[in-house]
Design a binder for this molecule. Structure first.
Ligand SMILES: [Zn+2]
Length: 326
């Protein structure tokens, strides 16, 4: 966990009031879920600090007691953070069962005060580790709170879901999102707020993260190059070489996924997210089936972001695939 990143955002205030108002009459298994960029991690950090704080007030933890000091130095004996392996940050990495089993002594010991366990991302629990966690959830020790964080509620095993008291963190109105971005983005980016809200599905922290990425300003050029590629049916490697140089692999894939999703939306007569771009001509070049096939390959490529593969070869293949429209 990251004690510095500890906050209750305006759109989370109701959940905060509910939880702190009812505490300790809350479930011992809590799920905070919501789309990337809704601030659930910061909320969990604030809430666990409040649970553990020795001088808490309704507004939050005191920031000064021994518990708060421990959290700041990331050495709190009553707080455990479980995530995927450090050396295994692949997108599909799992939380191993050993990590959940190792929790038992911590959960069962008799100590003064509350104990908090945070598991993030909860989607990374595999079947074995989810089952092990179920046992812990069935017989928790006294004053133990287990907090799970997830982007997607439905990606969790149903057995786990039913044991948790859950709170959606991404119920953010367009107004709340816009207000937050106006306050937190530099003036020169304000004209991009509608676009950023679209791309982030109104998640303010994700919108801010996107505003800092190079590809935001390169989309139009990429679409132009892409169109030239399919219309001239030549030089896919030139296209690949250029974009391999212009953006790093992960940014390139992220941008491409947004654009490809929009082209699929055009085919399906749905609203596009890159509202400042025109995809009509590009969409005419591909069948829906072909677009879904490319989308599938893209998902496979994303798994390779953190592996030691030659990413330029992947971009080469992608370019050839994009050129072959039939
Ligand atoms: Zn405190």
């Amino acid at each position: 966990m990251d004690a510095a990143n500890s906050q209750v955002y305006p759109w989370q205030q109701t959940v905060w009031d509910t939880l702190t108002g009812r505490f300790p009459q809350v479930g011992h298994g809590l799920l905070f879920y919501g789309k990337k960029g809704c601030g659930k991690h910061a909320f969990a950090q604030q809430f666990l600090a409040w649970i553990l704080c020795l001088n808490k007030t309704p507004a939050g933890a005191c920031g000064e007691c021994s518990s708060c000091q421990w959290l700041k130095s990331d050495t709190h004996p009553n707080c455990v953070y479980i995530t995927t392996d450090e050396d295994n940050k692949k997108q599909n990495a799992k939380i191993k069962i050993e990590k959940i089993r190792d929790l038992l002594p911590f959960v069962q010991q008799t100590v003064d005060g509350w104990r908090v366990i945070v598991i993030e991302p909860a989607e990374a629990l595999n079947i074995a580790s989810a089952n092990a966690l179920l046992k812990t959830l069935e017989e928790p020790g006294d004053r133990v709170v287990i907090i799970l964080l997830a982007d997607h509620f439905l990606k969790l095993p149903a057995t786990i879901r039913s044991r948790l008291q859950r709170f959606a963190m991404d119920r953010i109105s367009p107004n709340q999102s816009e207000l937050y971005l106006q306050e937190h983005l530099p003036e020169n980016l304000h004209s991009k707020i509608p676009l950023l809200m679209n791309l982030s599905s109104y998640m303010p922290l994700q919108a801010i993260a996107l505003s800092e990425l190079d590809w935001l300003n390169r989309r139009a050029e990429f679409v132009k190059d892409w169109l030239r590629l399919v219309q001239q049916r030549s030089m896919p490697l030139q296209f690949a070489t250029k974009w391999n140089k212009e953006l790093n692999f992960s940014d390139l894939l992220q941008m491409f996924e947004y654009l490809l999703s929009d082209i699929i939306c055009v085919k399906l007569n749905q609203v596009v997210k890159n509202s400042d771009l025109d995809f009509t001509v590009l969409a005419e070049q591909y069948s829906l089936q072909k677009l879904f096939a490319i989308y599938e390959d893209l998902q496979q490529s994303k798994l390779k972001v953190d592996q030691n593969v030659q990413t330029n070869l992947i971009v080469d293949q992608l370019s050839i695939q994009l050129m072959n429209v039939t």
